[in-house]
Ligand binder design. Structure first.
Ligand code: TRP
Length: 337
């Protein structure tokens, strides 16, 4: 039997090139090996845990994320793309797993901790948000996923899932659930800095390049990027470390020999920011154009996009329901069967 993969994203906006480098690219590569049964979930229920008052945003973003998936090459013929809220078994699994997790364990999850600060939730954490790592364990285990390709920030969720799997299997005496492993981006590519040099590209910081940005927007954004603030005249020697343009070239340019030469020139002085940004723009445009073109094509036929999600959700439902049946039987709440 093929190994199973499960992963997903919260639909709170369009996906950007940080998502692409951090996870999407990995998923497409894994999908295309043909060695895995891949499930990709749009986590709308998880998105609602901190957006309960703005459901319209989630609804809108659902189709944007689906378009981003299709655009980067996630192929519904090879991967099952589905919608979390359409799989009721996930919620039921969550309720059983919640009994295996303590509040203090949830409080220790470093990603949730950071998010609580960022969202100013210190004194008003929505309970659903607080427990979302447990629902994530349900997402992963429902599909008996061995591999979970995600960004580095999701590592604590995988760890918490592994703990839940171990306690479930040890308490209920059966090897029902499968312990997953995270698949993380190559070292140094886990986190793409924002256009402004901020450590993280993110929608809320307004420093992102979206997969859906057109050529003009891409160019404007690249030309506005943070470089070396002390590199004022073309002849000045410039700094490459912490210079976002070079960080992007390290990650995106297939011609690393050329990048090494440009760095040398920049350090010595004589290579201007405008020139190097124009070059980066060419590199990014070459990679983003095919994605954009595919996205536009799918965007012309939204009913087909929804049909793909519906079909995927149907298949995902069958798989998750089977796991739920096994879980219920293991716990012994299958009185009538
Ligand atoms: N938490 C993930 C994110 O922020 C989304 C997600 C929900 C997920 N359930 C998952 C990722 C299960 C991997 C596995 O994008």
């Amino acid at each position: 039997m093929k190994k199973k993969i499960l992963t997903g994203d919260r639909p709170t906006g369009k996906l950007h090139i940080g998502h692409y480098i951090g996870s999407l690219k990995n998923r497409v590569a894994l999908q295309n090996t043909g060695n895995y049964d891949t499930f990709i979930m749009i986590a709308d229920q998880q998105a609602l845990t901190d957006n309960a008052r703005d459901p319209e945003k989630i609804r809108r973003s659902l189709v944007e994320v689906a378009l981003d998936y299709l655009a980067v090459g996630i192929d519904p013929a090879k991967s099952t793309i589905f919608v979390q809220s359409q799989i009721p078994a996930l919620t039921e699994l969550t309720s059983y797993y919640l009994n295996l997790v303590t509040v203090s364990r949830l409080e220790r999850n470093p990603t949730v901790k950071t998010e609580i600060q960022q969202k100013h939730f210190e004194h008003s954490i929505p309970a659903g948000f607080f427990i979302y790592p447990v629902s994530q364990a349900a997402d992963i285990t429902a599909f008996k996923a061995q591999l979970v390709p995600v960004g580095d920030d999701q590592e604590p969720m995988i760890e918490q899932t592994r703990e839940i799997v171990r306690s479930f299997n040890s308490i209920y005496g059966k090897k029902i659930l499968v312990e997953p492993q995270g698949v993380f981006p190559p070292k140094g590519q886990g986190r793409l800095p924002g256009l402004d040099g901020n450590a993280k590209m993110s929608k809320s910081l307004g420093n992102a390049i979206y997969l859906s940005d057109n050529a003009d927007t891409l160019k404007k954004k690249v030309m506005s990027m943070y470089t070396d603030p002390n590199h004022i005249h073309v002849e000045d020697p410039g700094k490459v470390e912490g210079n976002t343009v070079f960080t992007y070239l390290d990650i995106f340019d297939p011609d690393q020999q050329k990048v090494a030469n440009l760095k040398e020139q920049y350090r010595a002085g004589g290579l201007g920011d405008v020139k190097i940004k124009r070059y980066l723009n060419d590199v990014l445009e070459a990679q983003l154009r095919p994605i954009r073109v595919r996205r536009e094509r799918f965007a012309e036929d939204i009913p087909t996009v929804y049909a793909i999600l519906k079909e995927g959700s149907k298949r995902a439902n069958e798989v998750a329901r089977q796991t739920l049946r096994e879980v219920r039987a293991a716990i012994g709440v299958n009185y009538f069967s």
